[in-house]
Design a protein around this ligand. Structure first.
Ligand code: HEM
Ligand SMILES: *[C@@H]1O[C@H](CO)[C@@H](O)[C@H](O)[C@H]1NC(C)=O
Ligand SMILES: *[C@@H]1O[C@H](CO)[C@@H](O)[C@H](O)[C@H]1NC(C)=O
Ligand SMILES: *[C@@H]1O[C@H](CO)[C@@H](O)[C@H](O)[C@H]1NC(C)=O
Ligand SMILES: *[C@@H]1O[C@H](CO)[C@@H](O)[C@H](O)[C@H]1NC(C)=O
Ligand SMILES: *[C@@H]1O[C@H](CO)[C@@H](O)[C@H](O)[C@H]1NC(C)=O
Length: 319
């Protein structure tokens, strides 16, 4: 290729990349600097108090941000309650009897409303809460981009279909994340969120009874607590050793066929994700870097900005 057309191509590429970035540059790390300077410290204090009261809730809040962003963007839709004439996402399959941490969001929102009424969105609270929880558990930190507004709608149908179930195989996981603009690498890094928190028997029953890519004694010990029928809500740690510490044991467990969910073990099952699991098991710093990048990218999914949506006063209902 002639040098001039090469540089011309480069110019176009630079322009396209800059334009794509602008789609998310509506969000900024200092968004509340003048309108609510205490926003970040109020959320952090709420998270520290909530985790002191119940450690697991930090994991639950990290998951809430994921479940918010995957359903029509990070717009706080997951927080809306069902009412007689409104169907929210809390009763969608991935959330029903499973999503938690809502009271913590309410408490933080109440404190924010006292300090700066109608300024900080519920969607942003979830993004900050996810980061702060990871930090309390000893994981990486990152600058949270802010300025998301809250939806006035929710979609149970989209929640049913956009959040991948634990029965997913690798190709289903890849397409689910790819539909949100997230790469294989983003997916494997973000799945490392399973280094904290718990899952119900109903989520891992298939894996411990039906799958062969699971360590036999690990499966047997889980079968003692999670029977073939009943006890659907019995819990097990997603990371068997350190469920309240944000480390890379999740990946080390996958190398030993000790993933709890079918979908977890799919990431290390002789396919295209194996090299990433090995990489993150070998280096916690590479995992931390890629996890933080993945969280920022996930947090950028289709935010409502400008005059779209609203700043909810109560995260559970539209104004
Ligand atoms: C890769 C696809 C994913 C699948 C199939 C998946 C599936 C699940 C399932 C089935 C549970 C247990 C729910 C229950 O039994 O009540 C769970 C829990 C959890 N997930 Fe995921 N997840 C995925 C990705 C993620 C991502 C990207 C994050 C965050 C970055 C995340 C964070 C969590 C956390 C922290 C918990 C524990 C929550 C708690 O203890 O309350 N997951 N996930
Ligand atoms: C503390 O955690 C328990 C669950 O372990 C929860 O029921 C309760 O509402 C929490 N209290 C506060 C003040 O957050
Ligand atoms: C959610 O779970 C409750 C309690 O198990 C159940 O009664 C209800 O039917 C479930 N809702 C949906 C929409 O599946
Ligand atoms: C989501 O799944 C639940 C449980 O299968 C079902 O009751 C509900 O009708 C579904 N909702 C929508 C809107 O697809
Ligand atoms: C993975 O799961 C999808 C959806 O359930 C299914 O259509 C597909 O055949 C599965 N792929 C493989 C390789 O098993
Ligand atoms: C396990 O496999 C059996 C036989 O194929 C099937 O009937 C059952 O639904 C599976 N169980 C789960 C929890 O996936």
């Amino acid at each position: 290729m002639a040098a001039t057309s090469y540089y011309f191509l480069l110019l176009i590429l630079t322009f396209v990349t800059a334009t794509l970035d602008q789609a998310n540059s509506q969000l900024s790390t200092n968004y509340y600097k003048s309108t609510c300077p205490k926003a970040l410290s109020i959320v952090r204090a709420g998270i520290i108090a909530a985790i002191k009261n119940e450690t697991r809730v930090g994991a639950s809040l990290l998951r809430l941000h994921f479940h918010d962003c995957f359903v029509n963007g990070c717009d706080g839709s997951v927080l809306l309650d069902d009412t007689a004439n409104f169907i929210g996402e809390k009763t969608a399959v991935p959330n029903n009897n499973s999503a938690r941490g809502f009271n913590v969001v309410d408490q933080i929102k109440a404190n924010l409303e006292k300090a700066c009424p109608r300024v900080v969105s519920c969607a942003d609270i979830l993004a900050i809460a996810a980061r702060d929880s990871v930090v309390v558990f000893g994981g990486p930190s990152w600058k949270v981009r802010l300025g998301r507004r809250d939806s006035t709608t929710a979609s149970r149908a989209a929640a049913n279909t956009s959040i991948p179930p634990p029965t997913s195989n690798l190709s289903a996981l890849i397409s689910s994340f790819s539909a949100q603009g997230l790469s294989l690498k983003n997916m494997v890094a973000l799945a490392g969120g399973h280094t904290v928190g718990k899952a119900r028997c109903t989520s891992f029953r298939g894996h411990i009874y039906n799958d062969s890519n699971i360590d036999t004694s690990f499966a047997r010990s889980l079968q003692q607590r999670c029977p073939r029928r009943g006890n659907d809500n019995v819990l097990a740690n997603l990371d068997r050793q350190t469920p309240t510490c944000f480390d890379n044991l999740y990946y080390k467990n996958l190398l030993n066929k000790k993933g709890l969910l079918h979908s977890d073990q799919e990431l290390f099952n002789g396919n295209s994700a194996d090299f990433l699991v090995k990489r993150y098991a070998a280096s916690i710093s590479v995992f931390f870097k890629d996890f933080a990048r993945g969280m920022i990218k996930m947090g950028n999914i289709k935010p409502l900005t400008g005059s779209a949506g609203q700043i909810r006063i109560n995260c559970r209902k539209i104004n």
